[in-house]
Design a protein around this ligand. Structure first.
Ligand SMILES: Nc1ncnc2c1ncn2[C@@H]1O[C@H](COP(=O)(O)OP(=O)(O)OP(=O)(O)O)[C@@H](O)[C@H]1O
Ligand SMILES: [Mg+2]
Length: 282
């Protein structure tokens, strides 16, 4: 059974089709990236997949439960971290989790486990108001993991974080993947998707424009090239698929103009630009 099966999901707001006929599956244990620019429909999709927003039409099953008609069974099977969720700032990290564990009927010993999972055990006694944004985000993930969900939804978990804090979050997600948790992750950082996700879907204007593994997308839509830096400091990108470039490169080498030569693989950003005519970051 797939962890997520979406079949022609649509959500409109007035005349706007925020999500416009999405169909995809996410396998059990997969980290699946949902990539798209601002307003593409990422948060709306998570809203529907987590039973918080009713689809206008279409269906989805998450962890075997229909997201519109089986929400009571769905809730204990999923964890979700949206942007701008609240923590009790005056309480410590551990107290926040103790409180949530009591509320959800989770065994207290689970608190230590999730603190370890998000690498916050050593700061658990500190008041949350002294946490950095990255630590707060990790505490939110810990809270979402308390009841051992089968599928974890993370909505832009690294948005606005500095590179080191973002790397910590990525490490946590990679660990979770290693433990077999299915993760549905939205982002508009392509490197993040590239390093974390087994497969990614590119979404634009509420539609999926491509879905595959990052490497297959790059091969299918990206351009392989060689980047030559010449002795005069100029840089040339020479696509490998252009036969003229082999001759050109040989000439540059023969004339002693070459300083360095590197292979340049297409990035997911290149692929997205190719597919949609625009970049992921506005
Ligand atoms: N409750 C709502 N009422 C009206 N319009 C909405 C509502 N929620 C979302 N939208 C619109 O739906 C579209 C998709 O929004 P959504 O928040 O899903 O995008 P997103 O991909 O998550 O963007 P971001 O990267 O900025 O978070 C946007 O045009 C947004 O303005
Ligand atoms: Mg969003």
């Amino acid at each position: 059974m797939s962890a997520i099966e979406a079949d022609n999901l649509v959500r409109t707001f007035g005349g706007l089709r925020a999500v416009d006929g999405l169909s995809f599956t996410v396998e059990d244990g997969e980290v699946f990236g949902f990539l798209g620019p601002n307003g593409a429909g990422k948060t709306t999709t998570i809203g529907m997949l987590t039973g918080q927003l009713r689809p206008t039409s279409g269906h989805a099953r998450v962890a075997g439960c229909d997201v519109a008609n089986d929400r009571r069974r769905l809730r204990p099977r999923i964890g979700v971290v949206f942007e701008c969720q609240n923590l009790y700032e005056r309480l410590s990290g551990r107290e926040n989790l103790d409180f949530a564990a009591a509320l959800f009927g989770v065994a207290p010993k689970r608190v230590d486990e999730v603190l370890d999972q998000v690498r916050l055990r050593d700061r658990a006694a500190d008041s949350v108001r002294h946490y950095s944004n990255g630590m707060k985000q990790r505490l939110l993930i810990a809270r979402a993991l308390l009841h051992c969900p089968q599928v974890l939804f993370l909505d832009e978990p690294t948005r606005g974080l500095d590179p080191i804090a973002a790397r910590e979050i990525r490490r946590v997600v990679a660990d979770l993947a290693g433990q077999g948790v299915t993760v549905f992750l939205t982002t508009h950082y392509m490197e993040e998707a590239d390093c974390l996700c087994r497969r990614v879907a590119f979404i634009d204007h509420g539609r999926i424009v491509a879905v595959d593994t990052p490497s297959r997308l790059k091969v299918a839509y990206g351009q392989r090239s060689l980047r030559a830096t010449l002795r005069d400091g100029s840089v040339l990108d020479l696509p490998l698929d252009d036969p003229d470039n082999a001759r050109r490169l040989a000439e540059l080498a023969a004339m002693g103009h070459l300083q360095t030569l590197h292979s340049a693989e297409a990035t997911l950003e290149d692929v997205f630009v190719r597919l949609t005519g625009k970049g992921l970051l506005a």
